[in-house]
Design a protein around this ligand. Structure first.
Ligand SMILES: Cc1ncc(COP(=O)(O)O)c(C=O)c1O
Length: 399
């Protein structure tokens, strides 16, 4: 394809599979993407914001939710019952996003907390003591996996493709971890194929969906036994709220030893006599819910649900394609075939390129020698064109 020829990059393919051509040819109508929502995100008054892979932009809705939390606290003091209700609202919002039942979703404060709770439910002292991870995993996954060596686990590192996973997963594998979208390269992992391999060999599959969920349709019944993610990026809220969703029927088989009183069968019993995990995914909840973050999270996820993830995906895919074509015209190289919201453009000096673009009012980020441009429901073609103009101006920093 043209982009590949222009860049000469072996790992850049703009083919029929990339940026979801099928989605592009069947536009999904939504009055809640692009220009229709942009005005709700004040950062766009002054900036070209293409950094949702670091943090989603702040909306009027999320600001209002924080204010509502403070106003309730001011007016009524401790609003415990309302806070528990908000926590359940967050559970239901995540469930709606993931095609899960609310009973299969646990409320977490971070992906790290979620994954630590998950591995606390696994034993590594028998025949199945292996954890398989790829080089694209976020540091927290690798570090938590290696911490399990203290409990008898053996960690297997693989290349980030389905074939390498297939070769590594066997009857010794307890847990397989795959990111949905690589934070380093933007590569979208074939989590359905990897999940199928894990299932066939009796291993549990964990998907870290942080860099995709909210911008890529995801259904927990189709891929992964457990999917984790949080609200900082494509779910448009802030730090301190994450989710953990289980495939139907799984949660009853898992007994986490990392726990807390909100995981009890009845939190209001205040009992100290025994470990009595809730029958649902609430057994993975922990202590006092992160209330302010829950207010923000419900508002952020609400914007995503209002727009609809298929519509966001179609919108973002069109923008990604425009960017990829522009980079190819410039003779630039991508770190990976971009099939999700994150495009990683190789740079001769990525920190310098981020700084140079910041000088043009463009907010982006970098990892591993690449400029990261991530696109979401509020971005428009003008943002992409501004990035391309910036890259043209600073062409010597594009590899
Ligand atoms: C793929 C991925 N996983 C996890 C995280 C964050 O994990 P935590 O919620 O533990 O901070 C990030 C943050 O950048 C991420 O990109």
């Amino acid at each position: 394809m043209a982009a590949e020829d222009a860049t000469g990059a072996t790992d850049l393919k703009v083919d029929s599979e990339s940026v979801s051509e099928s989605t592009l040819s069947t536009p999904v109508p939504s009055g809640h993407v692009g220009e229709a929502v942009r005005g709700r995100f004040p950062v766009f008054r002054d900036k070209v914001y293409v950094n949702s892979c670091s943090q989603g932009a702040l909306s009027d809705a999320v600001r209002g939710a924080y204010e509502e939390y403070l106003a309730g606290w001011d007016a009524n003091g401790a609003e415990w019952e309302h806070w528990v209700e908000r926590s359940e609202a967050a559970r239901s919002s995540f469930a709606a996003l993931l095609g899960a039942a609310a009973d299969d979703v646990a409320i977490q404060t971070s992906v790290s907390a979620a994954v630590s709770a998950l591995v606390s439910a696994l034993r590594f002292d028998g025949k199945r003591n292996r954890i398989v991870i790829s080089e694209n995993e976020f540091p927290t996954i690798g570090q938590i996996a290696h911490a399990q060596e203290l409990r008898g686990a053996e960690i297997v590192h693989v290349e980030p493709d389905a074939e390498a996973y297939a070769a590594a997963i066997d009857e010794r594998t307890a847990l397989v971890c795959s990111t949905l979208v690589s934070y380093r390269t933007g590569r979208v992992h074939d989590v359905e194929a990897i999940s199928a391999q894990a299932r066939e060999r009796g291993a549990l599959m964990l998907v870290d969906g942080y860099q995709g969920i909210g911008a890529i349709p995801y259904d927990v019944a189709h891929a992964g036994d457990v999917v984790v993610g949080g609200t900082v990026k494509y779910l448009l809220a802030s730090a301190g709220l994450a989710f953990m969703a289980f495939r139907p029927g799984l949660v009853e088989e898992l007994l986490p030893t990392q726990t807390g009183w909100f995981a009890d069968e009845n939190v209001f019993d205040m009992q100290i006599e025994r470990y009595r995990p809730h029958r649902s995914a609430r057994r993975f909840d922990s202590g006092t819910p992160p209330v302010p973050n829950i207010y923000a999270g419900v508002a952020g996820v609400g914007l995503v649900l209002e727009a609809g993830v298929p519509a966001i995906h179609a919108h973002v895919s069109a923008l990604v394609r425009r960017l990829v074509e522009g980079v190819a015209e410039l003779g630039g190289t991508l770190a990976s075939e971009p099939r999700g919201p994150l495009v990683c453009i190789r740079s001769t000096d990525a920190p310098a390129l981020v700084t140079a673009l910041a000088g043009e009012g463009i907010v982006a980020s970098e990892r591993d020698g690449s400029l990261r441009i991530s696109l979401h429901l509020y971005n428009v073609e003008d943002d992409v064109d501004a990035v391309l103009a910036g890259l043209r101006t600073h062409r010597s920093l594009v590899a």
